[in-house]
Each structure stands twice: as structure tokens, then as C-alpha cells.
Design a protein around this ligand. Structure first.
Ligand SMILES: Cc1cc2nc3c(=O)[nH]c(=O)nc-3n(C[C@H](O)[C@H](O)[C@H](O)COP(=O)(O)O)c2cc1C
Ligand SMILES: Nc1ncnc2c1ncn2[C@@H]1O[C@H](COP(=O)(O)OP(=O)(O)O)[C@@H](O)[C@H]1O
Length: 310
């Protein structure tokens, strides 16, 4: 997949089959749209083009709203769309000026003149241009003049997409990992760097890599203990992960830490990815460190079993 971040440097697309959206999560609902895109492109010998915006329009239009929680960062979205075989991802720098284009200017000066689309695939309620003044009716009216095909994604499908995104966020925030993974069509994952902690893990017999997230807007699942797989240094491992404030040690700051099974290496500053497979238990304040260690031994046993598969 080619990723384009500069609208001035775009190639000439051959029969571009385009869609526009944030595709947060690239979940099974989005995957259905990707499939439609691919089928339309195959039928006309065209190229699949996804147009997305960065930063997220809400971050530009409502900068004080810090509640945006991403299922996928832009890098993660790129990774997933690539896996699904999309030809081009165009990342449009979303600015206030861009948001103020009239619907007609957006259609003619941006969409048509930039992409010369063969087909536009768009949700029945898609809005564009200043104050969301443009919609399907304008695309329909201009379809003949500009010679593009319009493929409308029906209300039911769009509704399902939104329900799915909300359900995935809620499931993750409640620790219902298996439901979230099923709706995503792949295990939920986070990307970060291994940072320093309080150096207590090793003393407990369980060194835990503390993870600093690459993007602070990324959604963090519910506090608790999880069975995970871990990718670090190009290899995959099994792991037991804790999200919590370490109440046993009267901690206050939220930490994400993972004990990697059958592993013994210094990985400070390394890039790390964690895939969430199953929720094991909620995190607790233990009366003694010994009680915590006993519980962690059991967590590790469970994590080993879960990650060993059927
Ligand atoms: C699988 C696992 C489960 C954990 N469960 C708890 C818990 O229930 N309560 C708690 O206070 N800390 C829990 N912890 C966090 C430990 O207290 C933490 O790993 C330890 O304090 C070491 O921290 P450090 O790496 O910053 O030195 C857990 C850690 C792991 C890896
Ligand atoms: N099996 C393992 N799982 C996680 N980290 C490990 C493991 N073996 C060695 N390490 C190393 O030990 C560090 C964690 O040790 P720990 O005593 O918990 O220190 P910190 O509090 O800085 O995380 C990790 O960052 C990593 O570099």
C-alpha cells in the first residue's frame, strides 16, 4: 500500500475507487466496506483509494474535547489497511481552512480534481464541506457531469458500523476482550516503548516491562489482568499483563506492565506491541507481597494456558 501525506505529490490514479472516512479500528464492519471497494476496483481494473484525515476532525474543530479515544492510531490503521490489501491511503492534513471549504469546492476542487474518481463509495448520511452542508444529493446531482459512479452504503450497514465501534470501545472499557476481538476481527493491540518502573518486579520474581504508549489518545482497556501475546525485537512471546495502579504498593498512577513468559532480556527503550486475548481477573490490593506473588504465579499459569490455544 502506498501512503500519501502530501496532496501536491499524488500519483495519477487509474480508475480510482474511493471512499472517505476515519476507519477507526478497521473492524469487521469496515472490512465489509473494504471488500466492496476491492470488488468495485476489480470490476473496472481500478485502484482502491481510502481518503482519511489527520488529525481527527473532532480534534481540530473541538480542540478542548480531550475525550477522543482511538481504537487505532494512524500508524496502526496504516498497518491494518495494508494487511487488507488496499492500494492507496491518502492522509489529508485536516485544518480549519480545509473544514471551511464549501461543499461544492470540496467536491470539485478537492475530490474530483485530485482523484478523478471512477467510483465513489459513500455512506447514505455522509456530509462534507463547511458546516456539513453537502451530502449525497450533491454527489447525485454532479455524478453525470463528472462521470463517476456512486455506490451508496445503505442506512442499515452504516448503523451497524457505528454500533460496532461503540460496542468495541465499551467492551474494551469493561474488560470484555473476547467480544471486542470478535467485533474487530483481530485481537485488540497497543503499541508502545518499554520504560523504566520502580524496579520492584525483579525482586518479586516477576520482572515486568512497563509500557509507555506511543499515542496518548489510544484507548486503554479496563484495569485488570490479561492473557496477551507480546511482540518485541521481531519475535512473539506469551505474556501476563496488568493494567492498574498497583494498589498493593499504594500506587496512584495507571501503569501497563507485562511479564513475558520464558524470557530474560533487557528490553528498555525497545518498541513493544501487545495483543489482548483474554481478561483473567480484576486487580486487587493484597494484604502482603507474598499473597500478590502467589496470585501472579496463578495468573501466569492461566496466561500460559490461554495463549497455548486449543
Ligand atoms: C500478571 C500481573 C498481575 C498483577 N496484579 C496486581 C494486583 O492485582 N495488584 C497489584 O497491586 N499489583 C499487581 N501487579 C503489579 C505488580 O504490583 C507490579 O508488577 C510490581 O509492583 C512491579 O512493578 P515495577 O515493574 O514498576 O517495579 C500485577 C502484575 C502482573 C504482571
Ligand atoms: N520476562 C520478562 N518480562 C518482562 N521484562 C523482563 C523480563 N526479563 C527481563 N526483563 C527486563 O526487566 C525489566 C523489568 O524489570 P523490573 O524489575 O520490573 O523493572 P521496572 O520497574 O523498570 O519495570 C523490563 O523492562 C525488561 O527490560
Amino acid at each position: 500500500m502506498q501512503v500519501h501525506r502530501d496532496l501536491q505529490q499524488l500519483p495519477v490514479f487509474r480508475n480510482a475507487v474511493i471512499t472517505i472516512g476515519t476507519f477507526d479500528g478497521v473492524h469487521t464492519g469496515h472490512q465489509y466496506i473494504l471488500q466492496q471497494l476491492q470488488e468495485a476496483a476489480a470490476a473496472c481494473g481500478g485502484e482502491t483509494v481510502i481518503i482519511t484525515f489527520d488529525p481527527h476532525p473532532r480534534e481540530v474543530l473541538a480542540p478542548h474535547d480531550k475525550t477522543v479515544r482511538l481504537l487505532t492510531t494512524l500508524d496502526e490503521k496504516i498497518h491494518l489497511l495494508e494487511k487488507f490489501g488496499i492500494h492507496h491511503l491518502v492522509v489529508v492534513p485536516f485544518t480549519k481552512a480545509f473544514s471551511e471549504l464549501s461543499a461544492r469546492a470540496y467536491l470539485e476542487d478537492f475530490l474530483i480534481s485530485t482523484f478523478r474518481p471512477h467510483t465513489i463509495i459513500i455512506g447514505y448520511d455522509h456530509r462534507f464541506g463547511h458546516n456539513r452542508e453537502g451530502g449525497l444529493e450533491l454527489l447525485e446531482a454532479e455524478q453525470q457531469q463528472y462521470g463517476f459512479q456512486l455506490l451508496e452504503i445503505p442506512q442499515q450497514v452504516v448503523h451497524n458500523l457505528a454500533v460496532s465501534s461503540t460496542k468495541i470501545r465499551k467492551s474494551l472499557q469493561e474488560g470484555a476482550i473476547q467480544l471486542a476481538d470478535e467485533l474487530l476481527g483481530y485481537p485488540y493491540f497497543i503499541n508502545g516503548t518499554v520504560v523504566h518502573g520502580d524496579k520492584m518486579g525483579r525482586k518479586l520474581g516477576f520482572p515486568t516491562a512497563n509500557i509507555g504508549l506511543n499515542d496518548p489518545r489510544k484507548l486503554i482497556p479496563a484495569q485488570g489482568v490479561y492473557a496477551v501475546t507480546v511482540s518485541v525485537g521481531g519475535n512473539w512471546y506469551k505474556g501476563a499483563l496488568n493494567i492498574g495502579t498497583r494498589p498493593t504498593f499504594n500506587g496512584t498512577e495507571l501503569r501497563i506492565e507485562v511479564y513475558i513468559l520464558d524470557f530474560d532480556k533487557d528490553i528498555y527503550d525497545a518498541a513493544i506491541r501487545v495483543d489482548f486475548l483474554e481478561y483473567i481477573r480484576s486487580d486487587k490490593k493484597f494484604d502482603s507481597v507474598e499473597a500478590l506473588v502467589l496470585q501472579m504465579k496463578d495468573d501466569v499459569l492461566q496466561a500460559r494456558e490461554i495463549t497455548s490455544g486449543p
